[in-house]
Design a protein around this ligand. Sequence first.
Ligand SMILES: CC(C)(COP(=O)(O)OP(=O)(O)OC[C@H]1O[C@@H](n2cnc3c(N)ncnc32)[C@H](O)[C@@H]1OP(=O)(O)O)[C@@H](O)C(=O)NCCC(=O)NCCS
Length: 413
Amino acid sequence: MDKALAGVRILDMTHVQAGPTASQLLAWLGADVIKLEPPSGDITRGQLRDIPGVDSLYFTMLNCNKRSITVNMKRPAGKEVFEALLQECDVIMENFGPGVLERLGYTWEAIHARNPRIIMASIKGFGSTGPYAEFKAYENVAQAMGGAMSTTGFEDGPPLVTGAQIGDSGTGLHLAIGILAALNARHRTGRGQFVEVAMMDAVMNLCRVKFRDHQRLVHGPLPEFSVPTEQCTATPRGGNDSGGGQLGNAIRCKPGGPNDFIYVVVQEVVWEALARRVGGEEMVNDPRFSTIGERRKHQGQMWQILEDFAANYTKRELMALLNELDVPCGPIMSTEDLAEDEHVQLREMYVPLEHPQRGGWHNVGMPIKLSNNHVPMTRSPLLGEHTDELLHEILQWSPETIERHRQEGAFGK
Ligand SMILES: CC(C)(COP(=O)(O)OP(=O)(O)OC[C@H]1O[C@@H](n2cnc3c(N)ncnc32)[C@H](O)[C@@H]1OP(=O)(O)O)[C@@H](O)C(=O)NCCC(=O)NCCS
């Protein structure tokens, strides 16, 4: 089948999570992604290993559909390989710490001068400008600084990180979008450009509605919050409040385990049907719940009634029951629930793969489904698995030329 990004070749120098998640996505959209690794490999190959000596799931789950070449960028022969590949690629991607590429001699200006068509895509914790530009960053640093942590959790508890990797994978998504836009612009101009996404900026973008609430505070308290906001000068932590125009909460269900909850949105249009099912005509006619304004004021009591009702059902039973009433709701799914879920299987969102070192394993699927350009998922590459293949295929180097570079330390430590 044809690939949406057929003909786009990416020199992928990214490491850890933020960059690799973007290049993996572009590979699933059909780009030819060449993962250029230091001779020791992307550090995640060895991090959080579940099987000794085997590429970790951390690595395998972020580097599918790529080919790997090792290049020692600190050796002249390695730089020669890099510069030759640079001529043949459409995009170069990196998420090194501040100043790393510059120290190697490759500023954007230097790369652009060598190949004016190439697009350079870069992730930094805080971008290349501003007082934080020199700082390194990881996922939770970005969540802390982009507004996510201060607005996550309960009012009487500490700030919390979210399980969703919005700092790393969220930034990667933004970068992929920037690259696609730059590729489109290049069709018109013939020139590449520099695409930069700062992790802090990406998290702020994902916290957009929290800045909506921040500015609303100037004009008075936020009635949809279950905590008082009269004294707030910044958006508070809202616990499991819905954060939107409708009320919502996580309701405990039978049998009371750590994930036996269902998230229920009390959408205005379904209130009457929901109230009738949960508390009969008495609840429908209860003045405490007669309007959304009253329900907001008395939401503690409303949630208690819903929770008493939910104690008779499992989260799956409640999902079925509430969906019959058209109530938007979702059981709190554990990773175990999801790995076994029929819907997830049917949507190809937990994909079985084989790996030469580890045998069978699963990757989370590709959430963007293209009707004409489906790319089957393939396993992550072993370190340097395609070094010779790529040099031969892309640079037409002979085995002798490759061997000479090998002797000069281009691919090794
Ligand atoms: C993630 C991060 C904190 C990791 O820091 P780190 O492990 O110290 O790695 P750095 O990127 O700073 O440095 C990598 C080093 O490997 C070297 N290196 C990388 N690829 C190489 C190659 N192919 N050959 C030789 N050396 C290589 C670099 O030259 C650099 O060495 P130097 O410090 O002597 O200049 C940092 O890369 C960072 O802040 N990145 C930007 C933000 C980001 O993406 N964070 C999220 C990651 S999920």
